[in-house]
Design a protein around this ligand. Structure first.
Ligand code: HEC
Ligand code: HEC
Length: 325
């Protein structure tokens, strides 16, 4: 289905390009061709980033938590979904709903310009000028390269438009006032060269929000060491997933993991036959979007591994799963 829409969007470009080129001479034909190629490349890059690196759709779609790691329910991509409240993360100052980011004109971002979307994604300012609740990780996306963000936007515009209006987010007092005083940093990151493994891994790890979940927060305040785990996520019924310590501590982190073991941990969910397991009551559940990251190129996972190895090791033992107390 998704492929079809990408194809449809690309064909519109192709038709447009052919039309333009048919009235011009040969020279501009090649120009149109290369423009079309770069549009295709941009969407392909955006598709890769959105489906396997940057978790836009994990928050902005409906998830099936009756299965391991809550796969996205097909057909809900981008229509809005996750609800962030006290049950998911205790101390959450309000109830925040991920919005519809499909290209629907009325309920989605169909009428937003690229610059308006870019501003929301990197600075947390909506089209109307409201400050978005920082659950939306714009502080991270702010460090991404503009070309990567524009690719993601180009890809998101190819999603099937869905008419769906999630409820308005309701930050509690005084968060509703604090929100509008949050600073909006000017965007501007650069993507390091792939050969610069550690810097490139840091770039990807930031874009993939690894540190957001793997650094302990309580009441939305960072209380743990970077990447040392311990951030708790509650599931209905009272069980909790707790993020792992992924610092290079040998005893409690991933210090003893080889590069191959790290990559395999992800790639086990990339098998084309992999079907997320339907959970039985009491089975461990997680919020880590394993199947999504499993599609990441091994070179990208290798860079993330190289970066994680440079982080300060922290001794912090974490239970990844806490059944109902
Ligand atoms: C951790 C979850 C999460 C991730 C990841 C995430 N978002 Fe969001 N996003 C939200 C939430 C929650 C809101 C609503 C915030 C509010 O209501 O204040 C939001 C709001 C938005 C808005 C504003 C929509 C509107 O109608 O005001 C846009 C656009 C958006 N996100 C796009 C993206 C894109 C593109 C990505 C990936 C690059 C992304 N988001 C990743 C949770 C997320
Ligand atoms: C939405 C929150 C979330 C995000 C985003 C996230 N993780 Fe996790 N991660 C978890 C939780 C919770 C666990 C523990 C449960 C489990 O193993 O799934 C975990 C477990 C892991 C483990 C297993 C560690 C062990 O000891 O078994 C690794 C490795 C890992 N994450 C790496 C990463 C990397 C790398 C990224 C970014 C590409 C990332 N995570 C992004 C929540 C997250």
């Amino acid at each position: 289905m998704k492929k079809f829409f990408v194809f449809a969007a690309v064909s519109v470009l192709v038709i447009a390009a052919t039309y333009v080129s048919s009235c011009k001479d040969k020279k501009s034909e090649t120009k149109a061709d290369s423009k079309e190629d770069s549009a295709k490349q941009m969407i392909a890059r955006g598709e890769y980033l959105t489906l396997h690196v940057v978790p836009c759709l994990d928050c902005h779609s409906k998830r099936d938590y009756s299965k391991f790691a809550g796969p996205i329910i097909p057909g809900t991509e981008g229509m809005g979904g996750e609800v962030f409240d006290n049950k998911l993360t205790p101390g959450m100052p309000g109830t925040v709903y991920a919005k519809n980011i499909t290209p629907d004109d009325e309920t989605g971002i169909g009428t937003w310009t690229d610059d308006e979307i870019l501003r929301a994604v990197t600075q947390g300012i909506s089209k109307k000028g409201d400050t978005l609740f920082p659950i939306m990780p714009y502080a991270n996306f702010n460090h991404m390269a503009k070309e990567d963000l524009m690719s993601i936007i180009a890809y998101i515009r190819t999603l099937p438009p869905q008419s769906n209006e999630p409820p308005k987010s309701e930050p509690d007092f005084p968060m509703n006032f604090i929100l509008n005083t949050l600073p909006h940093k000017a965007a501007g990151g650069i993507r390091p060269a792939v050969a610069d493994q550690v810097a490139y891994g840091a770039y990807l790890s930031n874009a993939a929000d690894c540190g957001v979940c793997h650094t302990k927060q309580e009441k939305r305040k960072i209380t743990g060491e970077p990447f040392a785990g311990g951030f708790e996520f509650g599931f209905p019924g009272g069980s909790k997933a707790c993020s792992a310590n992924i610092t290079p501590d040998k005893e409690t982190g991933i210090g003893n993991w080889s590069e191959a073991a790290f990559i395999n941990k992800f790639k086990q969910y990339a098998d084309t036959n992999y079907q997320p397991v339907k959970l039985k009551p009491g089975d461990p559940q997680t919020v880590m979007p394993w199947a999504m990251y499993a599609g990441m190129d091994s070179t990208d996972l290798t860079a993330i591994y190289a970066y994680l190895k440079t982080i300060k090791p922290v001794n912090n033992k974490v239970e990844h799963w806490k059944p109902k107390e």
